[in-house]
Ligand binder design. Structure first.
Ligand SMILES: Nc1ncnc2c1ncn2[C@@H]1O[C@H](COP(=O)(O)OP(=O)(O)OP(=O)(O)O)[C@@H](O)[C@H]1O
Length: 488
């Protein structure tokens, strides 16, 4: 086997991956690669399909279409979409952490890390009682497991709490313990789902150091889903950006950061802003297209949980639904809106340059009037009225939330992004509407939910994702932390 060229192969190749839930295309024809020994970040707005990609890689979901090829250090190739999840962990050596922490909270930190090495220990026992009693290689394997667990507890600065129940750890420490547990399986590919969620700036910095250390010193490659841009931009070698399940950018962080499609999609340009620009350039046709009412069959156009994006307008699927065409709304994708904007600009520039040429020709021509009549007008007159508002938006009278605050209590808002479904953009919007704390969301009644959904252009998502339940749990968890001095 040609090990050198194998080592140069990407550790992970995702090819034409699609994942469909009923009529919803969570991932559509996605291809990207993760290189060996690098940190690859998968970013995108809420509902873009990042976790679904992880679930396909780790065998939790079987993709509707496409291939996920993993190349091990030895040169062995694994087609992950064909493997059951336990084989992906044991043979392909892929480990993961979850968006919502999943530890054995009643077990000690050390026990959590030993459980992660269960497979190795069972193999060493020869699957016999005699083995478990210490005969054969079990005793040695057991000692090595403890050593490895202690090594990762040291690395994650948790060694002093090795014998405490995992459930007693503060949130940031539990996140580190999850990474330590994954590393105890000696993975070749470590998939981390939002490891910085809920961390304060100091903890985020420590996470950066830990992940860089793993990358430099273990040879483990990392695939990272993260909303915290300070983490993504500082440690990633390569960034892939998704919007509505489609890839809209792929490259070095510095390049991706400046990609206008990413800025439009990820940072969330408001529809009104796009319409404003289009109005300014005077293309009524595109404005009308952006103005279409949501298709009731597809759900709300602006919701991140709606049908996958319109980078290609339709997508076919194989299998039992072969030939089925899934429609998408032309209003969904901010990246597409940006593309349309560019097309309008180019059209205007072309028209302007054609107009200049026509004027020059007209000046030089002995029969100006006749020629000029056949020429297309170079410019449309600039619209004189106010910018046209998107259909349905102007008429909607915003409802009010009942429990807003003028400012966060104690000057420090809660990290609302800890609620699954709230990303940085929606957190900002909620703050702008006077919602800063978990207990405020926990106290919402039906009218508040309707008001919040109107602000955030969501449809039923708050109930579907159980924001109230999540907020109640987080508000409850925040109380002892405040006593312990973590929150001011
Ligand atoms: N098991 C499922 N059944 C139905 N729909 C699903 C399922 N899993 C995910 N989805 C939908 O697929 C889309 C992508 O979800 P996913 O969780 O992958 O997004 P994400 O980018 O990870 O979002 P976030 O940043 O909020 O975690 C969403 O519209 C989601 O509602």
């Amino acid at each position: 086997m040609d090990t050198v060229s194998d080592m140069n192969k990407p550790i992970l190749s995702v090819e034409h991956l699609s994942m469909k839930f009923g009529g919803l295309v969570a991932i559509g024809d996605l291809s990207f690669q993760a290189r060996r020994g690098e940190i690859t970040a998968l970013i995108g707005p809420n509902g873009a399909g990042k976790t679904t990609v992880f679930n396909c890689i780790t065998g939790f979901y079987k993709p509707s279409e496409g291939m996920i090829r993993m190349t091990g250090r030895s040169g062995d190739e694994f087609l992950l979409e064909r493997m059951p999840d336990f084989r992906i962990t044991a043979h392909a050596k892929v480990a993961r952490t979850f968006q919502n922490i999943r530890l054995f909270s009643g077990m000690t930190l050390l026990e959590n890390l030993l459980v992660a090495q269960h497979n190795t220990l069972m193999r060493a026992s020869g699957y016999t009682i005699l083995g478990l009693l210490g005969i054969g290689g079990y005793r040695k394997a057991s000692a090595e497991s403890v050593e490895k667990a202690e090594f990762w507890l040291e690395k994650t600065e948790l060694i002093d709490r090795a014998d405490d129940p995992a459930g007693d750890l503060p949130y940031g420490a539990q996140r580190r313990l999850e990474i330590a547990r994954a590393m105890c399986t000696e993975p070749e590919l470590l998939c981390l789902d939002e490891p910085a969620a809920g961390l304060n700036p100091r903890e985020s910095l420590a996470l950066n150091t830990l992940l860089n250390d793993i990358k430099e010193n273990t040879g483990t490659s990392i695939l990272l889903i993260e909303h915290d841009m300070s983490v993504v931009m500082q440690i990633s070698d390569h960034v892939v950006v998704l919007e509505y399940g489609r890839k809209i950018s792929d490259g070095h962080p510095e390049v991706v950061k400046q990609d206008p499609r990413v800025i439009a999609a990820y940072l969330g340009v408001d529809d009104e802003e796009v319409v404003e620009v289009l109005t300014a350039v005077g293309d009524d046709h595109v404005i009308e297209e952006l103005d279409v009412e949501p298709d009731p069959d597809q759900g709300p156009a602006a919701s991140s949980s709606m049908m996958a994006g319109p980078i290609s307008e339709t997508i076919g699927h194989s299998g039992e639904n072969e030939g089925e065409i899934v429609k998408v709304s032309p209003q969904a994708s901010k990246a597409l809106e940006y593309d349309e904007l560019q097309a309008v600009r180019q059209k205007k520039a072309k028209a302007a340059s054609a107009g200049t040429k026509a004027t020059a020709r007209a000046k030089a021509s002995p029969k100006p009037a006749a020629k000029a009549k056949t020429a297309k007008p170079a410019e449309k007159p600039a619209p004189t009225g106010p910018a046209k508002a998107p259909a349905g938006k102007a008429a909607a009278e915003p409802k009010k939330l009942s429990n807003t605050l003028a400012a966060p209590r104690g000057g420090t808002p809660d990290k609302l992004i800890l609620i699954k479904g709230i990303g940085p953009v929606n957190e900002r919007k909620l703050n702008e509407h006077g919602i800063y704390h978990f207990d405020q969301i926990a106290a919402w009644k039906k009218a508040d939910i309707q008001a919040a959904e109107a602000y955030l252009a969501f449809d039923g998502r708050i109930a579907r994702e159980d924001w109230i339940g999540q907020a109640k749990a987080l508000a409850k968890a925040a109380k002892p932390a405040a006593k312990g001095g973590r929150r001011k």
